[in-house]
Design a protein around this ligand. Sequence first.
Ligand code: COA
Length: 278
Amino acid sequence: MSDDALIVENIPIEGISPSDGVVSIWTLNRPEKLNALNSSSHEALKNACADAESDDSIRVIIIRGAPPLPAAEGKKQKPAAFAAGADISEFAGKNSDDVRPFFENNAWERVWNLSKPTIAMVDGFALGGGTELALSCDIRIASNRAKFGTPEINLGLIPGGGGTQRLSNIVGYGKAMEMVMTGDMIDADEALRLGLVNAVVEPEKLENFTMIMAQNIGKKSPYTIKVAKRAVRAALDLGMTDGILAERSEFVALFDTEDKEIGVQAFLERKEAKWKGN
Ligand code: COA
């Protein structure tokens, strides 16, 4: 379901009927405000997450920002953005009681908790809540003009969408401290060096590059992909010993699935696997 704040478009996966498998592209749609995440964006993202969980055909989700509109006469051209943060205008005059319910039920955690694979496709600014939304995704692909940062400190705030935790986990404690305390942006090359993004490509190649990766993931068994996500995610919550046990338990359980037998037989018979999804 699309609404004004978020456009949802489902693209068939090659070789799979659309009723069985699509890549769902979610476009944050406030280009005049650099796709800043307001209450409507959060509601739309939360609804899209609920729809994606209940729709078996959705195999992979790409989140992106709407490209800038042509400049109105006499106005300067707005820059490209994934999302330039939470909508700061919604912070004015609010106290903790006003914002707590919103932050306790936010879209960053819904995206993070999706059982399906998610890719942030970042062109331009991903700041504050925008960086946090990208961090809530499993994979980040950036254009070479992408910029990341957590500038909340300049507003007398800190990241509130899981940024302090997910950022430290990816870029390490020291760099996360630097980013959160200075509020300075980093460019795409530095983000790549830090492991904050998986790949950097030219802006005109971003969509194609991201779609090829999404289609590649979308062609795997959707059941096994969810297990893979759970197993890798366990590395964040469990220590090494418990994590290895969690992986082993997931791995062994896969031997009771149809898709494991389908995958193994397809390899042995040099055929393409036709997954059942269980
Ligand atoms: N919340 C609300 N509105 C935002 C926004 C945000 N986080 N980020 C950008 N906008 C709006 C601007 O107010 C402006 O609106 P207007 O044209 O109606 O005045 C429009 O988006 C374009 O932004 P502008 O600042 O004019 O573009 P720029 O190219 O000069 O600067 C940024 C781009 C990203 C550097 C700058 O917009 C910025 O610093 N944004 C805030 C980033 C931030 O602090 N995010 C964390 C929030 S918790």
